[in-house]
Design a protein around this ligand. Structure first.
Ligand code: KG4
Length: 341
């Protein structure tokens, strides 16, 4: 039996990651070195610091991924790397490192779009999941409803017009005094609150687009107002109201889109898909409508290289190859390709 084993690298933001994935579905190794403790001090990711930290750890993370998979570099069939979208300096570290490995070993180089990777995290969790399906992509930099027509064929039905859901979570968390990245901590805090305590604004955006900046500003204004008048905020209930409102906006739009496309198979992807309020709202919605919803396991919701290796397998099968001209591309819709930047 012949397997395709891909060494995948990810460095688009603040995690340096490497993984070895077999046939797009089986994790042979998955190593993530997070920089969160360093960026926390600044309240967000500092791109220059992120680039330097990626440079420092990419070699050891890659060596560990190969060792954990019990493989040598010459035994892998291809090298995959996230080339877009993300912070350009951090992306360049991964892209240049991957090019060097591919050149040295004379292996195919496979450029992978980060958001396609997030969607592919579901293939690792659910061996039976196959396109077509409708996917809600909710990460730190993006919020989109995407029709996955085939493994490498996507259609964006709607997206945020301003802040991404994750960005709104992080800003709301910051104003409540939680350290960066606050999304997961806000979720924790919210579990002890009453989600009906604060009435937050629901944006009125047509179609399947989203807007989260008004909601984020409402939380910031509530916190500032309370401080000015010396009132104590019920932080767990404000966190719960925020989580509940975001979950209901996302879930309502997603199911409206699913009704129109007629998709029975649904999935969710990205860092915010770890949110407990969103997971329950989406599961309730799926049950009510008799749809089947796939959720990535919690450890694969955030940035990792395993998901890049999963998507890389399908890109590889469809003939996608990068060469030594491959560039890092900071902004790129997931239904497009631009290897030269
Ligand atoms: O997908 P991701 O790891 O990075 C990008 O590709 O952008 O997403 C990171 C985002 C951050 O904004 C983080 O606060 C948010 O996902 N996040 C959460 C939770 N866990 C992570 N947001 C809400 N609830 C969570 N449990």
């Amino acid at each position: 039996m012949f397997f395709v084993r891909i060494l995948a690298l990810e460095s688009s933001c603040d995690e340096t990651a490497a993984a070895v994935i077999e046939d797009g579905r089986k994790i042979l190794s998955n190593v993530v070195a997070t920089q969160i403790e360093i960026h926390k001090e600044y309240g967000g990711v500092v791109p220059e610091i992120a680039s330097r930290l990626h440079t420092e750890s990419i070699l050891s993370v890659t060596k560990k991924a190969l060792a954990d998979a019990d493989m040598t570099l010459s035994e892998v069939d291809a090298i995959a790397v996230t080339y877009a979208p993300g912070l350009v300096g951090p992306l360049l570290v991964g892209v240049n490192f991957a090019k060097a490995l591919a050149l040295r070993e004379n292996k195919p180089l496979i450029p992978v779009h980060h958001l396609r990777g997030h969607i592919a995290a579901n293939y690792l969790t659910h061996p039976d999941l196959k396109p077509p399906f409708l996917c809600l992509v909710v990460s730190g930099g993006n919020t989109q409803i995407v029709r996955v027509k085939d493994y490498t064929d996507f259609e964006i039905l709607g997206q945020t017009r301003d802040d991404a859901a994750g960005e709104a979570f992080d800003k709301a968390a910051r104003v409540l005094g939680l350290p960066y990245p606050g999304g997961a901590k806000l979720d924790e805090l919210a579990k002890g609150g009453d989600k009906t305590a604060y009435a937050l604004p629901i944006p009125n955006i047509p179609g399947y687009d989203f807007s989260f900046s008004g909601l984020k500003t409402a939380v910031i204004n509530l916190a500032h107002h309370a401080k000015q008048v010396g009132e104590e905020l019920d932080a767990p209930s404000l966190a719960a109201s925020f989580c509940g409102t975001v979950a209901s906006i996302l879930s309502q739009k997603f199911y409206a889109a699913a009704k129109e496309t007629g998709d029975e198979i649904l999935a969710v992807a990205g860092g915010v898909s770890a949110n407990s309020f969103l997971r329950s709202a989406l599961l309730r919605g799926a049950k009510r409508r008799g749809k089947y919803l796939y959720l990535p396991e919690l450890s694969l919701c955030g940035d990792n290289a395993a998901m890049i290796g999963a998507q890389a397998y399908y890109e590889y099968q469809s003939g996608v190859r990068g060469d030594m001209m491959l560039n890092a591309v900071p902004y790129l819709p997931l239904d497009e390709k631009d290897f030269l930047g």
